[in-house]
Design a protein around this ligand. Structure first.
Ligand code: FE2
Length: 365
């Protein structure tokens, strides 16, 4: 991991107005008063108020990049040490350096790189956490969701909705690695985690491969279709279609000064985000493009599908190229520079923030 991070105090100093100042007296009587509070499960708000309610987001999350070339040998080494079956899911967590030991890449989201080797199966289970897979390397492994398999290719965005049975398998002769993104910390913060293992390793297949994409991803909805899930019924968005869409837009559309060309993955039934807790996007930055300064409250994880460049994230400069993952914390100013045509996948907790009326952005200075 390559990170040129400032310490957290320096980061805070660079992000806007200082915390609210409260002049708390420091009398012997107050000190003695404080000593009696814990026994009653009480605490004085006035000593912690300025750290609880800050003028701007003061995230512990730091800008960071994981260079795939650097970490791939470690991922492959894990494949020699433990099987997918033994591990349940053989994943190396991308831990934010500002949140060590907390299994999270941002305050609200988890990310990891999962390896599945030829002929391996990652057994069927389900959980209330929603999961996305973004395929980083390989071709031909599958994810099965509630009885339908989808074969995955590099750049595909695949969804495992909350509380759906899912298993993974690799019927190709090459390893496959994908980026997992889950709302684990978010679900943990509201204590809504449930998990169940399926009695067999594989959930029975009940629909032909490609059924969901054909049925729901063709600009059609079967008459009488009733929405039964908050998540898109299209659970594999193939990269070939995504890239084609951006390449066609490129011919006629204006470049957005902060995002280049950026499209969101949507639920075709509702027009809302494809997943209820995570926004997912693909954007194109053409060679030589430099984005304007931008910040938003949704800390964002990027996966470089194609291309190379660098991003200035606050005072930190992150260089990136194909298959790298990098993270931009909440309300830290970011500018991207593409040294070649670059396609960036990204995800964040923006749908949650929007539904709570909390999401903000700032374009330019
Ligand atoms: Fe899972």
């Amino acid at each position: 991991m390559d990170i040129l991070a400032l310490n957290s105090q320096q980061q805070r100093n660079n992000r806007g107005p200082a915390c609210m100042t409260i002049n708390v007296p420091d009398t012997p009587e107050l000190k003695e008063f404080y000593t009696r509070l814990p026994a009653q499960n009480l605490a004085p708000l006035w000593t912690v108020l300025s750290s609880l309610i800050t003028p701007t987001p003061q995230s512990r999350c730091l800008p960071a990049v994981w260079h795939y070339k650097q970490i791939r040998p470690i991922i492959m080494e894990s494949g020699e040490l433990i099987t997918a079956m033994q591990a349940e899911r053989r994943v190396l967590i991308l831990e934010n350096p500002g949140l060590p030991g907390e299994s999270r890449i941002t305050e609200s989201l988890y990310a990891g790189l999962q390896l599945i080797l030829p002929e391996e199966i990652a057994p069927a289970h389900r959980h209330t956490q929603s999961a996305l897979r973004f395929i980083v390397e390989g071709s031909g492994a599958y994810t099965a969701v509630d009885g339908e398999k989808t074969i995955m290719e590099e750049g595909d965005f695949v969804i495992t909705p909350s509380w759906t049975w899912h298993d993974h398998g690799n019927e190709s002769n090459l390893p496959m690695v994908w980026l997992d993104g889950l709302d684990i910390p978010l679900v943990k913060s509201i204590d809504a985690s449930f998990f169940e293992k399926y009695p067999d390793d594989v959930f029975p297949q009940t629909r032909p491969e490609g059924d969901a994409l054909a049925r729901y991803g063709s600009g059609l909805l079967p008459e009488g279709y009733d929405e039964i899930s908050k998540t898109s019924p299209v659970f594999n968005y193939p990269y070939s279609r995504t890239r084609d869409a951006l390449d066609r837009m490129r011919i006629t559309d204006k470049w957005d000064s902060c995002h280049g060309l950026k499209s969101r993955y949507v639920n075709p039934v509702t027009g809302d985000y494809a997943m209820p807790t995570m926004a997912t996007n693909m954007q194109l930055l053409p060679k030589g493009f430099e984005t304007e300064k931008y910040r938003s409250t949704d800390a964002t994880v990027f996966s470089v599908t194609e291309g190379s460049g660098c991003s200035r994230v606050g005072e930190t400069k992150l260089k990136w190229s194909r298959r790298d993952t990098f993270v931009v914390p909440s309300w830290v100013e970011v500018q991207h520079f593409a040294t070649e045509d670059s396609y960036l996948f990204s995800f964040s907790d923006r749908p949650v923030q929007e539904k709570l009326g909390l999401w903000r952005e700032l374009r330019g200075d």
